[in-house]
Ligand binder design. Structure first.
Ligand code: ADP
Length: 257
């Protein structure tokens, strides 16, 4: 099951042994921010299980908590209460710098703005996280990824010499280079034209299907979400609905056009 909804606060945290096939496990996650004197509750008790080798799209209106969910689930941000496990590690219990190291070694990111280093070639961008971790690149793995996304002839180019779609494909290979436990994609098609967007979405779906990768993608675009297996819809810091993603486009078409 993807979502354990309505779990009482007293529910014991599931042990990783009991959930051996989970890439990501959120248990009653709350995130509150102080804003001036007021407290903003960005996440109001999110419990979610993402099985290994699955593709989840997180949707919802602006301000519903999508980015906060992605930041808390990936360890970019801390939780106020509740727990986050990635592949059996309780990342919400990790203190700095271990949390940063865990993220670098075990989590992949694809951002809307690509986040490539402008002075490095595509190839050096791809291998940068590995070099920072002092790890040797798995050359055969990287070659396969580069061929899969179709950037073999662009590896010596810098980001400014690449189209947006090519830059995002470089970012996707970089995200996968470390064999991460999970890839988080934050509006990965937000800056792309329709063709570039379709290509990235198909590649994300392919790496889930062919390589058993787990992907969690935040998007406001129902067509993008339709490439995932499952869609979780957020409102006011809660997941209010989970349904098969193929239905996302259909529901939108019937209701919105
Ligand atoms: P979404 O990604 O769905 O647009 P967010 O996760 O960015 O939503 O935000 C959820 C809520 O939390 C919003 O009300 C937002 O203003 C608030 N919020 C997010 N980050 C912060 C922060 N660092 N400080 C204060 N409020 C925040």
């Amino acid at each position: 099951m993807w979502l354990r909804r309505g779990a009482p606060a007293t529910t014991p945290e599931p042990s990783p042994e009991a959930e051996p096939h989970s890439a990501l496990l959120l248990n009653e996650v709350h995130r509150r921010y102080s804003d001036g004197g007021a407290t903003v509750t960005a996440l109001a008790g999110v419990s979610l299980r993402v099985p290994r080798g699955s593709f989840l799209a997180v949707m919802g209106p602006s301000g519903s908590g999508k980015s906060t969910l992605l930041n808390c689930a990936s360890g970019l941000d801390t939780v106020s209460s509740g727990s986050v496990r990635i592949g059996g590690t309780d990342t919400s219990a990790l203190k700095e710098p271990r949390r940063t190291l865990f993220r670098r070694d075990r989590v992949g990111f694809v951002f809307q703005s690509y986040n490539l280093v402008p002075t490095l070639t595509a190839e050096d961008n791809i291998t940068l996280p590995l070099r920072l971790a002092g790890r040797h690149p798995d050359r055969a793995w990287l070659r396969g990824l580069v061929e899969r996304v179709g950037i073999t002839d662009r590896l010596r180019h810098r980001p400014s010499e690449l189209s947006g779609g090519q830059q995002q494909r470089v970012a996707l290979v970089r995200a996968l280079a470390t064999h991460p436990e999970i890839v988080f994609a934050d509006e990965p098609t937000g800056a792309l034209d329709a063709q570039g967007a379709r290509r990235i979405l198909r590649l994300l779906a392919d790496v889930v299907r062919d390589l058993g990768q787990t992907v969690v993608m935040v998007t406001h675009d129902p067509d993008a979400a339709a490439h995932a297996h499952t869609t979780a819809s957020m409102t006011d810091g809660r997941i209010v609905d989970v349904h098969p993603a193929a239905a996302t486009r259909r529901f939108t078409a019937v209701g919105g056009e």
